[in-house]
Design a protein. Structure first.
Length: 260
C-alpha cells in the first residue's frame, strides 16, 4: 500500500475539527522496510529517547554535518514532555523525529485499538511540542503481526526495521566497543539502515563517534531515514495545516495543503 492518501484524525484535546492532510509518497505504508534504497547513504537511527544522552548525540551529528533519525517514545526511559527542547532542537536541526509508540509495548501482544492508542497518544504529544507528528515509526523489539501492520498502515505509517542492529543495548558498559565492530561489519556488508539507542551513555561516548568516523572513512552520507528511502522531507510528518482555521497555526507547512 502506497501512501498517496489523506489522513483524517481527531486529536484528543484539540479542536473538534479533524486534522485533514493530503500527502504524496511512493514509500509503502503498513509494510516493514529493512534497507535504504538511495545509493551511498546511511541512516543512523536511535530508539527509546528522548533521554539524558540525546543532546550529546545531536551535538556530535551536528558537528559532523550529519543527520540522524530519532524514534521517540512518549514515556519510556524519560517522559517526552520533560525533553521538549531536545525534540524541538532535533527538528529544527534537520534531523528526523519518528514514532516508537507512547510506552514501548510489544505491539504483537496488542489488539488494533491498543496499537492505535499507543500511536495517537504520542501523536498528541508531538502536536503539542512541535506542531506536527511523524509518518514514520519503528515497532519496539521489532515485534509485530500482520494485524499490527494493517493497523499501522491504516494510520498512514511507514514501518521501519533495520539491516544493521548494533545491539548497543546489550553491550552498554562504558568503553565496550563490540557494537562498533558490529556497525562497521554491517556497513562493509552493504547495510545502511541502522539501529542504536540514545539512552545509553556508551552509545553517546563510544559508539556514535565511531559510527561517524566509519561513515566518513567510507565516503558515505549519513542522512535521515526518509532521505535514504528517497522520500521528500515534507512527507515525513503530518503538518499543522489543513482546511479549517483550527489547523492554520504558526508553522503550517504549505507542502501539506492550503489553509483556508
Amino acid at each position: 500500500m502506497f501512501s498517496s492518501l489523506i489522513r483524517v484524525t481527531l486529536i484528543a484535546g484539540a479542536a473538534a475539527s479533524p486534522l485533514i492532510q493530503p500527502r504524496q509518497s511512493t514509500i509503502p505504508v503498513g509494510t516493514a522496510i529493512f534497507s535504504c534504497t538511495v545509493p551511498n547513504t546511511v541512516a543512523l537511527t536511535f530508539d527509546d529517547g528522548p533521554f539524558t544522552y540525546t543532546s550529546s548525540v545531536l551535538d556530535q551529528l551536528d558537528a559532523a554535518g550529519m543527520k540522524g533519525t530519532f524514534f521517540m517514545n512518549g514515556n519510556n526511559w524519560g517522559n517526552i514532555y520533560d525533553y521538549t527542547t531536545v525534540v524541538q532542537r532535533a527538528v529544527e536541526g534537520g534531523h528526523q523525529v519518528a514514532s516508537h509508540t507512547w510506552a514501548h509495548p510489544d505491539l504483537a501482544t496488542l489488539d488494533a485499538a491498543a496499537v492505535t492508542s499507543q500511536m495517537t497518544d504520542l501523536e498528541t504529544a508531538f502536536l503539542s511540542i512541535i506542531g506536527k507528528f511523524p509518518t514514520y515509526m519503528r515497532p519496539p523489539y521489532f515485534s509485530y503481526t500482520d494485524e499490527t501492520l494493517e493497523t499501522l498502515g491504516g494510520l498512514g505509517y511507514h514501518v521501519i526495521h533495520a539491516d544493521i542492529d548494533t545491539q548497543d543495548w546489550q553491550f552498554n558498559t562504558l568503553g565496550n566497543t563490540t557494537s562498533v565492530g558490529i556497525f562497521e561489519a554491517g556497513l562493509d556488508a552493504g547495510g545502511g539502515l541502522t539501529l542504536a539507542h540514545d539512552v545509553h551513555e556508551n552509545t553517546a561516548v563510544t559508539l556514535v563517534p565511531a559510527m561517524i568516523a566509519a561513515v566518513q572513512s567510507r565516503g558515505l552520507s549519513a542522512v535521515t531515514v526518509g532521505e535514504c528511502l528517497g522520500d521528500a522531507a515534507e512527507n515525513c510528518q503530518w503538518g499543522w495545516c489543513g482546511t479549517t482555521s483550527d489547523y492554520c497555526a504558526t508553522g503550517c507547512q504549505s507542502a501539506f495543503g492550503i489553509c483556508s
